[in-house]
Design a protein around this ligand. Structure first.
Ligand code: FAD
Length: 399
């Protein structure tokens, strides 16, 4: 049995490891376009902030992979997939045959089609090479602009500010992280980051990036000019699906998969951010790793079905504690709020038919696991509703 895993991000690497454990003796090739060893992508913010070095975030040293019988091929981009001949072709023209193939090509960061978007000094935030380029640019100091005030944009902004740059975040709507936070938590977060020197232009629309040979400023639609030696675009992700589409696999926004992560070709699986299950894409690491487990099991002959769980997200900026899960500010839900202006702590919960459907914690996120369990279990919170916002210790007393 020969298995080819395309993409050595968290999903692809986890899948290769699990196949090796389930089917000892299998010939496994893990082909990754990046030149680094498999690393923890969500820890990139730590590298940017200088709280970790590259070596600290490597998850699978080459010896570990080799000991498991996995042939890791770094800097190996697969450029074509021949589903009939069951082989993939590398950038260098080499054919790699397989009996089962797992596509785990993830996503790429989107680039806004603005005038000046391709100027030197305009970077994206997705992989290790982006972070190292940002660190080099930050060493010279000066003004930086981050376009996009979502979770990744704020992590980039905090990292650049920590490195000594004067950072402005341009965000299209009224508060940052609007997909994870309600307006009040968003405003508190903007104030907290503002106190650390990060400026916000919001709501604001970016019109162009100006510069003579390299980025010098960002121009807003209202004519404002914001100086920038470095511009980081953090405006969303697009599933990396070109390979699968060219191979003729069934596509929607991502590579269409069934409950076992199998594509329209039964010998080819797709997992992680490139896969689309039940009409939905994922954008977080936990479900990507779960899908990796499911595909490995299916390749080994199992048939467990993958089912999406409630998404939760935390901002990884030192000195801020922000977490949210489930539905944020749905119009048809009841609201429970706890606000402590003395400690700058805030909690908001959304309830429907006596059940918790969404939560935002700001300032103190220690109880996040408790609230995530309440959301995913769908149990009634009516018996302890009055104590809900106070956390598990109080809920026990009230229940
Ligand atoms: C800075 C940052 C912070 C994040 N923080 C969080 C967080 O706090 N919590 C969270 O849940 N998620 C976070 N995420 C998202 C998380 O990293 C992704 O959900 C996760 O990495 C998805 O894993 P994946 O394996 O599907 O894809 P990816 O991690 O994108 O890996 C895909 C790999 O495939 C490679 N590849 C692509 N095409 C080819 C090809 N043709 N041939 C060979 N290789 C190829 C790519 O180079 C890449 O290495 C963060 C992402 C970033 C960028």
């Amino acid at each position: 049995m020969r298995v080819l895993v395309i993409g050595a991000g968290p999903a692809g690497t986890r899948c290769a490891v699990r196949i090796a454990e389930r089917l000892p003796g299998t010939e496994i090739v893990l082909a990754g376009a990046e030149s680094a060893l498999p690393y923890d992508r969500i820890a990139l913010s730590k590298v940017l902030e200088g709280r970790a070095e590259v070596g600290d975030i490597i998850t699978h040293p080459v010896g570990v992979l080799r000991a498991k019988g996995i042939a890791y091929r770094p800097a190996t981009r697969i450029v074509a997939l021949d589903c009939v001949g069951r082989a993939a072709v590398t950038e260098k023209g080499e054919r790699v045959g397989y009996d089962a193939c797992v596509i785990a090509t993830g996503s790429r960061a989107a680039r806004l089609p603005l005038p000046g978007a391709d100027l030197p000094g305009v970077l994206l935030y997705r992989d290790l090479s982006d972070v190292l380029a940002m660190r080099r640019a930050a060493m010279a100091g000066g003004p930086a602009v981050v376009i996009g005030g979502g979770l990744l944009g704020l992590e980039a902004a905090a990292g650049l500010a920590h490195a000594g740059m004067k950072v402005t975040v341009i965000h299209a709507v009224d508060w940052p992280m609007e997909r994870q936070l309600d307006a009040e938590a968003g405003a508190m977060l903007a104030r907290r980051l503002g106190a650390r020197g990060i400026r916000f232009a919001m709501p604001a629309k970016t019109a162009a990036i100006a510069g003579d040979g390299r980025a010098e400023a960002v121009l807003l639609a209202d004519g404002t000019r914001i100086p920038a030696r470095l511009v980081v675009m953090s405006v969303g992700i697009r599933p990396e699906t070109g390979l699968a589409a060219a191979a003729g696999l069934a596509m929607a926004r991502g590579i269409v998969v069934d409950d076992q992560m199998r594509t329209s070709d039964p010998a080819v699986f797709a997992i992680g951010e490139c896969a689309e299950h039940g009409g939905k894409l994922i954008g977080l690491v936990a479900p990507a790793l779960e899908q990796a487990e499911i595909a490995a099991e299916a390749i080994a002959g199992g048939a467990t079905a993958w089912a999406p769980r409630t998404d939760s997200a935390a901002l990884k900026v030192s000195g801020t504690a922000v977490w949210s899960a489930g539905e944020i500010a749905p119009a048809d839900a009841e609201v429970v709020t706890l606000r402590d202006e003395g400690t700058d702590a805030y909690r908001r919960f959304w309830l429907r038919e006596g059940r918790l459907v969404g939560a935002v914690l700001y300032g103190d996120t220690d109880d996040s696991g408790f609230y995530l369990n309440l959301i995913t279990s769908g149990c009634s919170v009516a018996p302890f509703r009055a104590a809900l916002a106070m956390g598990p210790a109080y809920v026990k007393v009230a229940a």
